[in-house]
Design a binder for this molecule. Structure first.
Ligand code: BTN
Length: 326
């Protein structure tokens, strides 16, 4: 943990004296006090008693130092948490242009001013409640495998939300996280490639976590949801982000070792799209039919109502009804 005062406070269950902190850190008591004040101003709750010293009661639910600590030793060597950015994806792209970090970089922000969704949409990103994170890395994959990164993130996110929050999260092709028919989150993958390899990938994940129904933009109230709305509980964003990043790393190892079939099987097991009747807007075209499968490249395999089978690579899917299973 870069801030060693925080580490010392965390190591002590109860109080630790100002004198001990000053001695261990090799700084004056006044400097200790200044650092305590800085941590408090960032939302840490630190009790102080003249006779006993300081005791850390709470860190904010989204906090860089504790997130970095949770990911220590992982692929995510550079962990940054910011208050507000235009878009975590855009900032990662800027960082990559200036020189790629050697391992992976995880960037999370409390709020985004210009959060981006798929197909040029806006991603509502108010502060204090949701997960907005992007992962920047250089995958050892050919450019044709780039769509796998979206599938990978969707699987890692769905598995994390199921395990930590106990929610029946499903994936709507290609990138939506759903609970029932409502959208809980989404993924936006952006890659830069040359003909032979992906130069870098930015995988952005947005999840509505501690958002109350009243905080949802009114246009989204019928179609969107949050962990809070579904479970009635708040969840620490740090825990979700750390588990998701570790899950992402595990799946990245699987596909880098040739295990894309395993990933696609996991995706299919979590899919709410396969077997459904759908309407797909793809460019100017509207295609309707029943989804049979996704192929080895992640394309949607659709049996149109006229009986023809076709593959769809991009589009906006509306899921019509669940088809009864025989
Ligand atoms: C979608 O479902 O349309 C994708 C939404 C992706 C939103 C996330 S939030 C973090 C990252 N930064 C962005 O600007 N967008 C992605």
């Amino acid at each position: 943990m870069p801030d060693s005062l925080l580490r010392l406070l965390k190591q002590h269950d109860g109080f630790v004296s100002g004198e001990q902190l000053s001695r261990t850190l090799g700084i004056s008591r006044a400097a200790v006090w200044k650092k305590i004040r800085a941590l408090r101003s960032r939302g840490c709750v630190i009790e102080s008693l003249p006779s006993r010293g300081y005791s850390l009661k709470k860190t904010p639910d989204l906090f860089g130092e504790t997130l970095a600590e949770a990911l220590r030793g992982s692929f995510w060597r550079d962990v940054r948490v910011l208050d507000s950015v235009d878009s975590t994806n855009d900032l990662c792209i800027e960082i990559a242009r200036e020189g790629l970090p050697s391992g992976g970089l995880l960037l999370a922000a409390d709020s985004q001013r210009k959060g981006k969704g798929r197909l040029g949409r806006v991603w509502a990103s108010p502060g204090g409640m949701n997960v907005h994170m992007s992962l920047l890395f250089r995958p050892a994959l050919p450019p044709r495998d780039a769509p796998m990164l979206t599938f990978l993130a969707a699987v890692a996110a769905a598995e994390t939300l199921r395990a930590l929050c106990g929610m029946p999260v499903e994936i709507k092709w290609p990138n939506d996280l759903l609970v029932g028919e409502k959208k809980l989150g989404g993924i936006l993958t952006e890659v830069r490639s040359d003909p032979d390899r992906i130069l870098f990938a930015v995988v952005g994940v947005g999840i509505n976590v501690n958002m109350r129904r009243t905080a949802l933009p009114s246009a989204l109230r019928k179609t969107a949801t949050s962990v809070r709305i579904e479970t009635g509980r708040d969840f620490p964003r740090n825990d979700l982000i750390a588990a998701l990043a570790l899950g992402f790393e595990r799946w990245l190892t699987v596909i880098s070792g040739g295990g894309r079939d395993r990933l696609l099987d996991a995706w299919k097991g979590l899919s709410s799209t396969i077997g459904r009747d759908v309407e797909i807007r793809s460019g100017n075209e509207i295609i309707t039919g029943n989804v049979q499968d996704i192929d080895e490249n992640g394309l949607l395999v659709l049996r149109a109502y006229n009986g023809t089978v076709r593959k769809v690579s991009v589009g906006d899917v509306t899921q019509l009804r669940r088809t009864a299973t025989p």
